[in-house]
Structures are given as structure tokens and as C-alpha cells.
Design a protein around this ligand. Structure first.
Ligand code: ZN
Length: 170
């Protein structure tokens, strides 16, 4: 059994512990990936908005699999870490790989919160709070629009920047 530790990750690392390419995407490629998104989805992912509670399509998803970044396909959470937080947003107690999520101090709306972003594409995911269940004690609060779900056994397609150096295929 693995116990999640919020280890500080090196900003230099271009390959995560689970073998995914973390080379940052260029702004152009990121924009290209965001093209199919709706205005509302773009507001959440690119402008750090929050979707309304109890509206997200993954809130009650009970399927087994992996939740990946909607923009670039980086795996972010396993269904086994999903729990019902009662908040109205999909919630997880640990990440797929701590290297895949970047924590940023967020002082908007007069609160001090920790924003979470995809490490590869910098897309906004939601926030992380320290009132989650044991053993991690963390509650990752997600916007459904920031996620794509892949059933167990399906590998999320990886959108790696074609202009960056060749990435490691997971
Ligand atoms: Zn991403």
C-alpha cells in the first residue's frame, strides 16, 4: 500500500515518477488543445474559474479508471482515491502522481487557498484543502470540466508539445 506524501517536486524534472513527459506546453499548443472547449470550459481551465457545485458530470461517476487532464491527457487521479466529500465537486484524497500536480497559493476572493494546476499544460484543475480523509488528510476539489475519464485498462492519449523535444511515451 502506498501512502501519499506531499513531496516537493523538482521544477527541473521533465519526466514524472510514473514515467510521463512533463515538458511544459508552449502557449500556442495549449491554445490549440483548448480549441474544442466551450467558453465556460475555457473559463475554468485557462482563466481559473470554478464551475457551479453539483453540476459537474463526474460528481457521481463510480466507474473504475483514471481521471486525466482534459487538455493534455496527463493522468491526475485514480478512481480508487475518489470520495464523496459532500461539497458538490468531485473530490480525491490523493493524486495519481504528486509530480503531475502543481500547487499554487491563491489569494483570490479574500481567502487563502491552494490552487491546483496540471504540471504539463498549466491548466486550472481546482483547489486542494487539508481537511480530507486519512491517511493523506488532503481533499483535492476538482472541476469536472478540467477532467477526462478513462475506464480501467484504457491509457489516456498524451498530448505532448510537438515543438518540444521528444517525450517519453508512458
Ligand atoms: Zn494538462
Amino acid at each position: 500500500m502506498s501512502i501519499f506524501k506531499p513531496v516537493e517536486v523538482s521544477t527541473q524534472a521533465t519526466t514524472s515518477r510514473t514515467g510521463y513527459d512533463l515538458t511544459p506546453l508552449s502557449p500556442e499548443f495549449r491554445k490549440e488543445l483548448a480549441t474544442p472547449l466551450s467558453i465556460e470550459e475555457r473559463r475554468v481551465m485557462l482563466e481559473h474559474g470554478t464551475e457551479r457545485a453539483f453540476c459537474g458530470h463526474f460528481l457521481d461517476n463510480k466507474k473504475t479508471g483514471v481521471y486525466a487532464c482534459r487538455l493534455c491527457g496527463l493522468p491526475l487521479f485514480r478512481s480508487t482515491a475518489k470520495f464523496d466529500s459532500g461539497t458538490g465537486w468531485p473530490s480525491f484524497f490523493e493524486g495519481f502522481d504528486p509530480d503531475h500536480i502543481r500547487n499554487i497559493s491563491d489569494h483570490s476572493y479574500g481567502m487563502v487557498r491552494t490552487e491546483i494546476r496540471c504540471r504539463r499544460c498549466d491548466g486550472h484543475l481546482g483547489h486542494v484543502f487539508n481537511d480530507g480523509p486519512r491517511p493523506s488528510g488532503l481533499r483535492y476539489c476538482l472541476n469536472s470540466v478540467s477532467l477526462s475519464f478513462f475506464n480501467e485498462g484504457t491509457e489516456p492519449p498524451q498530448h505532448v508539445d510537438p515543438t518540444a523535444k521528444p517525450g517519453i511515451k508512458a
